[in-house]
Design a protein around this ligand. Structure first.
Ligand code: ADP
Ligand code: MG
Length: 476
């Protein structure tokens, strides 16, 4: 945080209070709100009997006040701030600064007017949630796991509503960058088409607005508001599952926007076809544009993301520590950020202790354990899933019969057992009732054919997802 209170004590109090607040939160929803919004606070300072938290836009003051004032006040008091001091959010930075000098204009050349226009629009569209300033294309590290999604998102941002990527449906597991990419579209459009209405909202908030509109008898205003949007960014659309009446309303909004050439972007933790409790016709509409998946990042991408984050935070973290994190934290990007934050905090609090891999190991013990438990599949589960996929029996998988229809599933099961469990070749051999050499040979054979046989690759990817894993877990 770049506050006016850079001096050690103020900063420590703040860091401790934020950590406490996170611990105090009871629900996932509150925790994820904190994770999402705290990075948007731009400063914190004590003025008289107020602890003022600076944000960059008025809409953020309105949004954050009910959400954070009480929890932050409690956490700050618990961390030693006198109880007579109260928390308040206020716009700090651009909007309250004196008229920019010409140098300031040079530094932020295009921001002035668009921000003013945008803020006025935001006021009209009260439901637009603030965009996270860090979630831009510039801050998004590309890799094989997200390059397709990235390409579609940039195409949409450059020509919203004008490409075949409409609607754009971004799906994938948690913490892989879906929201980041979606908000990047929002930033880009706001900057380059300042007159466009960009509405970013989670499906959950959208539903709440709808429920309120019914309660207040203001459906017409609700409809008008959303149908004036030029770019609708709807986050976590899986939330509408099972909400029949709302799906009806959304279907109409969606059709009206698409009918008038507006852009719709959605994110979800599953592909459209796997949205449970969602009407067929809605799924059909979701599939009409472009559906892209973000997968778990490979080792190289994980390392690239870590290096980027370290560099943009102007930090110095030894290379071997970053490699250690990239090797051990594999599930998603948010977990990588968490690991980095823990290491950085240690460095801040112990400036004289050189950070070694042993220390990092200790700091990250819990997250690494968690990662391992995600990985813990049994060979039996793998055999079962492969057998079901190929329509053969478990007995076929372990039988000595050498017909081609059985050899492939059998070798695939061996390969997956090696990739997705921590079992040794000997242990795998025992479970399959084969020799060590047979397993070794099977793994080599599959590995050799992956890149030349698209069907094999596809099967591996699909079986991996059935096992709750990402294709990259088995193909990397
Ligand atoms: P999701 O919406 O898929 O759950 P988010 O978009 O919230 O995930 O991403 C989680 C965190 O990881 C965010 O802080 C985001 O900035 C970061 N992140 C994800 N992918 C990337 C990437 N490719 N480059 C840089 N940061 C990323
Ligand atoms: Mg998200």
């Amino acid at each position: 945080m770049s506050g006016n209170e850079q001096s050690g004590d103020g900063e420590k109090l703040w860091v401790e209070a934020v950590a406490r607040m996170r611990l105090n939160f009871k629900t996932d929803r509150e925790r994820s709100q904190a994770e999402r919004y705290v990075p948007m606070f731009v400063s914190h300072e004590i003025e008289g009997n107020e602890y003022i938290i600076g944000v960059s836009e008025k809409i953020q003051v309105d949004w954050f006040t009910p959400m954070f004032v009480a929890p932050l006040e409690q956490a700050l008091h618990e961390s030693g701030l006198p109880e007579t001091i109260h928390v308040r959010f206020a716009v700090r930075g651009a909007a309250t600064m004196p008229r920019p000098t010409s140098t300031a204009r040079l530094i932020r050349p295009t921001v002035e007017t668009p921000v003013a226009v945008q803020t006025a629009q935001n006021a009209m569209l009260s439901s637009t949630m603030p965009l996270n300033e860090n979630y831009t294309f510039e801050n998004f590290v590309k890799g094989p796991s997200n390059s397709f999604a990235h390409a579609s998102a940039t195409a949409v941002a450059k020509a919203p509503g004008k490409t075949y990527n409409n609607p754009l449906f971004i799906h994938g597991g948690t913490g892989l960058g879906k929201t980041h990419l979606m908000e990047a579209i929002g930033h880009f459009v706001r900057k380059n088409h300042p007159s466009a209405f960009v509405c970013f909202i989670t499906a959950e908030t959208f539903l709440n607005e709808y429920v309120n509109a019914i309660a207040n008898n203001s459906m017409q205003a609700f409809r008008d508001r959303y149908r004036r949007v030029d770019v609708l960014l709807l986050d976590d659309v899986q939330f509408i599952a099972g909400k029949k009446q709302f799906q009806e309303e959304f279907f109409n909004t969606f059709n009206s926007l698409m009918g008038s050439g507006k852009q719709v972007v959605m994110t979800s933790d599953v592909a459209p076809k796997d949205l449970q409790g969602c009407e067929e016709r809605l799924i059909g509409r979701f599939q009409q544009g472009m559906s892209v998946e973000i997968e778990s990042p490979s080792y190289e991408t994980r390392l690239a993301i870590l290096k980027y984050k370290v560099q943009s935070a102007h930090r110095l973290i030894p290379e071997e520590i970053l490699t250690y994190i990239a090797e051990n934290i594999k599930s998603h990007v948010r977990a990588l950020e968490g690991a980095l934050a823990r290491v950085a905090m240690f460095m801040d609090m112990n400036p004289t202790i050189p950070l070694t891999v042993e220390i990092a190991q200790n700091l990250l013990k819990n997250s690494i354990e968690e990662e391992k438990s995600i990985k813990d599949l049994t060979i039996n589960e793998i055999m079962q899933t492969v057998a079901a996929y190929y329509g053969v029996t478990m007995a076929d998988i372990t039988s000595p019969q050498r017909t081609q229809t059985l050899v492939i599933p059998r070798q695939l099961a061996m390969f997956l057992s090696r990739k997705l469990t921590t079992k040794s070749l000997t242990e795998i051999a025992r479970e399959f009732g084969k020799t060590h050499a047979t397993i070794h040979y099977a793994i080599g054979t599959i590995q050799q054919h992956i890149d030349v046989e698209p069907n094999l690759k596809k099967a591996l990817g699909e079986i991996a997802s059935k096992l709750g894993r990402k294709p990259s877990d088995v193909l990397d």
